[in-house]
Design a protein around this ligand. Structure first.
Ligand code: GDP
Ligand code: MG
Length: 593
């Protein structure tokens, strides 16, 4: 136990986390970089190594003739996954705080840093990229001293590119980070911090043994789910899974127990023995519930079953994704998917496109609402079109978040305005370090889901960290805004919005849709309605244009190209009634200015 060091790397994106991790793996000979020597049939092996590396990896390192086991635990890089980050941090005793010497401390690092400090992790500050000609290590050093109140002598200057500073970092890991604490004789308590889907072995649970130990063949129980399993295999993660007879206190490794369904392995859950269970679960567990929902529809209705299979496959290694069938008058058959947040939604969309080649339309995202009827019954609604008739509704509650924004004082004005416009209430305002401030707001999650990140980023020039967690459900005066095309309501374009914003939003949506819907053979009326009341109207004028006309009848191949181009353009259109609506129109509401 005294030779184990568990650590993670906290860094802003692009500051060099992955490159530095590779240098550490190389220096400790965990991987050998032999460029050009990799054989083709090694590809699979190599890929497997990458999967493991991106979750947790073990290194061996010798200092003063003592052999140490170093476990590097990866932390996911963005706000929707902050709960997962908190569990990875909870599994560590130390963290490398990596700051780019050309960029300085970036705000997004700060919330993870605070999380690490909250969990009493030993922080090793590292200034990376000192090889760059525009590096400013002295300035960055001052910033770090300001931020964490360390001595400047504790800060290591390094280059993950040239390898400078790597030996110092490894020495600091073994000398400064404490060994894991824990009682080897206590009942087993292992913290689940991640899981990997493997097509041969099922779901592989990654955990840190906090107390006691777990051996191959043990009967174990996952406390939160109450499920019992046999630990068919336990082991540690190097570039491959290395089975071993037992994982002792403080060790990090994996357990294979025949689990097929990713949802059974909950990050933050405690593993214990069936016969001698621990008295309490490890604290900090949270049930992660999707909070943002959107309809996902195949462009080609024949792809419906393919889409279902793709979503099922995605769910295997992304337990926080949920989906259930739904149908829309406008879009046909599809699924209502639940996501942790907007960025999670983008990741899923990207993967459907890249890994599964699925052409889909995603509707405007919305949050989960609690709708109360006059008798006090509550119904959760995940889709504006699922809202009961107004007359049947007593009141609606929407989720509020507690948002923390850390930024430089010079951006406070515009950020305040943005948050207040988004119905935020300022809770507090505290100095962090230098001129850096933390603003705490209570805000409706629904306002974050639409057009918030981009605005925050642009008004703060990227220099604002944003972090949130769900606070509570609160009553809100919400209105359902419908969009009609030639008199037909398009359910996929309906949104729920605060009463005070509804008319303005309706107007902007009509204007935006007018820009996005191409002229067709007839006039198209675009209307916004709240209940039976039309609040805005635009018209797309008819056109009767022969696209091939400008080819002067001459060049056949050019003509054909043009027609093909037009056909491809059509594929991204959806027929609604008699109107062709381009895919991007369904997300129009996200891009309103
Ligand atoms: P991550 O997003 O934190 O994982 O960052 P990466 O490790 O992917 O690095 C981002 C970019 O910075 C890559 O192009 C790296 O090659 C480059 N980089 C990382 N460390 C150094 C360094 O010490 N010096 C220089 N010159 N470039 C570096
Ligand atoms: Mg990276």
């Amino acid at each position: 136990m005294d030779h184990i060091r568990n650590f993670c790397i906290i860094a802003h994106i692009d500051h060099g986390k992955s490159t530095l991790a590779d240098r550490l793996l190389e220096y400790t000979k965990t991987i050998q970089i032999t460029e050009g020597q990799m054989l083709d049939d090694m590809d699979l092996e190599r890929e497997r190594g990458i999967t493991i590396k991106s979750h947790a990896i073990q290194m061996e390192y010798t200092s003063d003739n003592t052999k140490y086991i170093l476990n590097l635990i990866d932390t996911p890089g963005h706000v929707d996954f902050s709960y997962e980050v908190s569990r990875s941090i909870a599994a560590c005793e130390g963290a490398l705080l990596v700051v780019d010497a050309t960029q300085g401390v970036q705000a997004q690092t700060i919330s993870n840093l605070y999380m690490a400090i909250d969990h009493d992790l030993e922080i090793i500050p590292v200034i990376n990229k000192i090889d760059m000609p525009n590096a400013m290590p002295d300035e960055v050093e001052d910033e770090i001293v300001d931020l964490i109140g360390c001595d400047s002598s504790e800060i290591i200057r390094a280059s993950a590119k040239t390898g400078e500073g790597i030996p110092e970092i490894l020495e600091a890991i073994v000398k400064r980070i404490p060994e894991p604490k824990g009682d080897p004789k206590a009942p087993l308590q292992a913290l689940i911090f991640d899981s990997i889907f493997n097509s041969f072995r099922g779901i592989i649970t990654l955990c840190k043994v906090v107390n006691g130990s777990i051996s191959k063949g043990d009967k174990v129980k996952f406390v939160q789910t109450g499920q019992e399993y046999t630990a068919d295999e336990v082991g540690v993660l190097k570039m491959d899974m290395i089975p071993c007879p037992k994982l002792g206190t403080g060790e990090v490794g994996y357990i294979i127990s025949g689990i097929k369904d990713a949802t059974e392995v909950k990050v933050g859950d405690t593993i214990t023995h069936v016969d001698t269970p621990c008295k309490e679960a490890i604290e900090g567990f949270q049930e992660v519930k999707p909070m943002v929902f959107a309809g996902v529809y195949p462009i080609d209705p024949n792809d419906y079953e393919n889409l279902r299979t793709s979503l099922e496959k995605l769910q295997l290694n992304d337990a926080s994704l949920t989906f259930q069938p739904e149908s829309s008058q406008a879009l046909g058959f599809g699924f209502r998917c639940g996501f942790l947040g907007l960025l999670h939604m983008e990741i899923v969309q990207e993967r459907l496109d890249r890994e599964f080649n699925m052409d889909v339309i995603t509707t405007v995202p919305n949050v989960s609402y609690k709708v109360y009827d006059k008798h006090g019954n509550c119904k959760e609604v995940h889709n504006p079109s699922g809202l009961p008739d107004v007359t049947a509704i007593d009141h609606i509650e929407e989720p509020y978040i507690r948002a923390s924004i850390i930024t430089s004082s010079r951006f406070i004005g515009p950020i305040m305005k943005l948050c207040l416009d988004k119905r935020g209430e300022l809770v507090s305002q505290n100095y962090v370090s230098g001129d850096r401030l933390e603003l705490i707001f209570l805000m409706p999650l629904g306002e974050i889901v639409i057009d918030f990140y981009d605005k925050l980023k642009s008004i703060s020039k990227g220099y604002a960290s944003f972090d949130y967690h769900i606070d509570s459900f609160r009553p809100s005066k919400l209105a359902k805004l419908d969009i009609l095309l030639n008199g037909e309501p398009v359910d996929a374009l309906s949104t729920l919005t605060h009463e005070s914003n509804a008319v303005a939003l309706g107007r902007r949506m009509c204007e935006k849709l007018k820009e996005l819907i191409p002229r067709q053979q007839f006039d198209i009326a675009i209307q916004a309605a709240i209940g039976a009341k039309i609040v805005a109207r635009e018209t797309v004028k008819q056109v009767r244009k022969d696209v091939t006309a400008k080819c002067y009848g001459g060049d056949i191949s050019r003509k054909r190209k043009l027609l093909e181009k037009q056909k491809r353009g059509k594929k991204r259109m959806k027929q609604i009634g008699n109107v062709q609506v381009p895919q991007k129109a369904f997300l129009a509401v996200l891009k309103l200015d």
